[in-house]
Design a protein around this ligand. Structure first.
Ligand SMILES: Nc1ncnc2c1ncn2[C@@H]1O[C@H](COP(=O)(O)OP(=O)(O)OP(=O)(O)O)[C@@H](O)[C@H]1O
Ligand SMILES: [Mg+2]
Length: 243
């Protein structure tokens, strides 16, 4: 039975936090009790002595989630680098089994947890484990966030195929940020090409939202656009393939 869904991406900055937020808002609009976890965030700023994870801050504010910060984001690292590097600088060991424990606690409090990854699938978390190890140990299925433009077919297919090779089930791919750049032939044709070669469903295309302000924690039209354009029917709790 599904207790959560893992949002990964073809790269850092592709829109995992925005898609996670849209998904949480859309699930909440269906009456579900939804949690969020960002197991590791690097590049955190220190404000008034507190280490602030900006992804978690955005989701908490926009979605009104008030869980303990140590459950939502157990590893808040300062350096803007891969977690393996950032954690080494602070003499911290990113321990996947600890993340799984925190996830389990969160899952007792919610019907479904949206877990946001770090960068893409092959980002190192410690000396010998990468994001795919985290997904497997959490026992989650993945949704991939990808860019709309030139280059995204290659990045998407690499990500889809790596997930499959590792035994991770991919529920679908969401194209994010459509219309930020000029909409040309690649933007119009990439989703079908990815779906064909990747053999995973494209769940929808989320436009670039001019009224969204990340720093001010303002989602703008995110909920209405997400609900209109992204198919979440196969992402609901308890609706997985039964493993
Ligand atoms: N659909 C969108 N509309 C408007 N702005 C967007 C959209 N998607 C992303 N952005 C902007 O791009 C930035 C990067 O997106 P986001 O933070 O979701 O990426 P990410 O994949 O979560 O990055 P990270 O790897 O750092 O977690 C956001 O802070 C936001 O300002
Ligand atoms: Mg993010």
């Amino acid at each position: 039975m599904r207790t959560g869904i893992f949002i990964t991406g073809t790269d850092t900055g592709v829109g995992k936090t925005i898609v996670s937020t849209g998904l949480i808002l859309a699930l909440k609009a269906r009456g579900l009790n939804v949690g969020y976890m960002k197991p590791v965030e690097s590049g955190c700023q220190v404000l008034d002595g507190e280490v602030v994870a900006s992804d978690v801050r955005f989701v908490r504010e926009v979605c009104g989630i008030r869980d303990d910060m140590d459950l939502m984001c157990p590893y808040r690292l300062k350096a803007a680098a891969a977690p393996s590097i950032a954690s080494r600088l602070e003499d911290i060991h990113v321990d996947i089994s600890y993340i799984v424990d925190q996830y389990f606690q969160l899952s007792l409090m919610h019907e479904i947890i949206v877990v946001e990854g770090v960068g893409g699938l092959m980002v190192p978390l410690n000396n010998n484990e990468v994001v795919t190890d985290l997904i497997l140990q959490l026992g989650l299925e993945a949704v991939i966030v990808a860019k709309p433009g030139l280059g995204t077919i290659n990045h998407s297919l690499l990500t889809i195929n790596m997930a499959k090779m590792m035994g991770i089930s991919v529920q679908g791919l969401i194209v994010n940020g459509f219309g930020k750049d000029v909409i040309g032939l690649p933007e119009r044709t990439n989703p079908d090409e990815i779906q064909h070669f990747g053999n995973v469903p494209v769940l929808g295309i989320l436009p670039w939202l001019k009224d969204l302000d990340f720093n001010a924690c303002k989602p703008g039209s995110l909920l209405s656009e997400f609900m209109e354009r992204i198919d979440i029917n196969d992402l609901l709790p308890g609706d997985d393939d039964g493993y």
